[in-house]
Design a protein around this ligand. Structure first.
Ligand code: C5P
Length: 405
């Protein structure tokens, strides 16, 4: 899996001995699938060759505000908007001072000033320079503005000193970039609808037919989508769960209510994830008064409920559709059948039994799509949801890229 597939990372390199490690960082990010644009300060080119970084990233390195050819291809303001995250590794004391002061006297500092993307800095300098009150004050200013800091590490320095000032290792910086991008989100600006929980189909004013579903998986999926920046509407059947932060929740009872809430929210939605355990049938008529137990038997005529997911999938301007399939046996076959029958882009299937799937905190999924599949092993529903959402983002981006080309 390429967790940073098509994510846009602007990698700033400034003049420190650790600049050579930036090549390894660029390599790791490219391996993760990221589009990496390197921007070097002029002095950084004394420490590492631009050709090396160009070969690794497949993009010409930028180092000047006044390069007519590059500016014509993508002007510096465009480049500032292009970046989803800006990482400066290594970041010298001088660069930190410029960033803190807000000066824009070369391409890199200008980009930082012109961009709203999160900024991550990996300081690297002599330990005395790091400890100096001026540097510490600059770090304080930057942290106060939300700049993320990684390192510096403590150890032996190129100049022979011991202390804090070594650039953090590329693998650690890569981890911090992952975290930042997860928070900033691959689904920023996208509307997503999630259904969750059971539905209740009234037999009379006090009794209902329903499904065993706690709603936990759907709520976890909704949270994982929010963590990717999506604008999430959660249509929830009757469940005893608090609303996760950042979500618009619509509470419903029956399949019909859920159907109406989904279709009201549908215009403009990019993704629909149907986690709800919708009752397939409902009583043809709900009695107006409580049914008395006068007879030995009770016959309730049941009629089919609308299949919300199939209808959404068949609607014009349909969103990317993800379904769930809870099966007791032959999971893969049944799930593949549903993927085709409902015209879905992806289906997440799980084996259900008395101890697995419903009303528990852990679960495992087999995720299928046309031409591929992935098993997500048994783990907490929240971790599972995060992995499922990564797959959704992957497939959604791949499909959008195909449609655009
Ligand atoms: O056909 P089955 O109920 O197994 O399909 C499960 C998938 O379809 C789930 O994603 C569920 O949320 C969705 N579904 C629906 N409306 C129904 C029945 C199922 O949206 N009436």
């Amino acid at each position: 899996m390429q967790p940073l597939r098509a994510r846009r990372v602007l990698l700033g390199i400034t003049a420190g001995i650790a600049a050579y490690k930036a090549a390894e960082l660029a390599r790791l990010l490219v391996k993760d699938g990221a589009d990496v644009q390197v921007v070097m300060t002029r002095s950084a080119t004394q420490f590492i060759g631009a050709m090396t970084l160009q070969a690794i990233t497949g993009r010409p390195v930028r180092d000047s505000l006044f390069d007519a050819q590059h500016e014509a291809a993508m002007g510096h303001i465009e480049l500032a908007r292009w970046a989803e995250v800006i990482v400066i590794a290594p970041a010298t004391a001088s660069t930190l001072a410029h960033l803190a002061a807000g000066t824009a006297d070369d391409l890199l500092t200008t980009l930082c000033l012109a961009s709203t993307a999160p900024l991550l800095v990996a300081p690297a300098m002599n330990q005395a320079m790091w400890a100096h009150p001026a540097t510490q004050a600059n770090i304080g200013v930057l942290s106060g503005r939300g700049t993320q800091l990684i390192g510096p590490a403590v150890g032996e320095q190129a100049c022979g000193d011991q202390g804090a000032g070594r650039m953090q290792e590329p693998a650690q910086i890569r981890g911090a970039i992952h975290d930042l991008l997860m928070k900033s989100g691959a689904l920023r600006g996208k509307r997503v609808i999630v259904t969750a929980g059971p539905t209740r189909e009234a037999i009379d004013p006090v009794r209902f037919v329903g499904n065993r579903s706690s709603g936990k998986m759907g709520f976890a999926v909704a949270s994982a989508l929010v963590a990717q920046g999506a604008d999430v509407t959660l249509v929830a059947g009757p469940v005893a769960l608090p609303t996760p932060g950042g979500i618009t929740r619509i509470d419903v009872e029956s399949a019909d209510d859920m159907h109406d809430a989904v279709f009201t929210s549908l215009p403009g939605a990019a993704i629909f994830v149907a986690c709800a355990a919708v009752a397939d049938f409902r009583p043809a008529r709900a009695a107006e008064q409580k049914i008395k137990k006068t007879d030995e038997t009770l016959v309730v005529e049941m009629i089919r409920n609308p299949d919300i997911l199939s209808e959404v999938s068949a609607s014009p301007a349909r969103p990317f559709c993800v379904g769930f399939a809870a099966e007791t046996h032959d999971v893969e076959n049944y799930a593949r059948g549903k993927l085709l029958a409902k015209g879905l882009d992806m289906i997440a299937a799980n084996q259900v039994s008395a101890s697995q799937g419903f009303e528990v905190d852990d679960n495992a999924l087999l995720v299928l799509w046309e031409g591929g599949q992935q098993r997500l092993p048994m783990q907490s529903k929240s971790r599972l949801a995060a992995q499922l959402v990564e797959l959704i983002v992957d497939r959604f981006n791949a499909q959008t890229a195909t449609e655009d080309s």
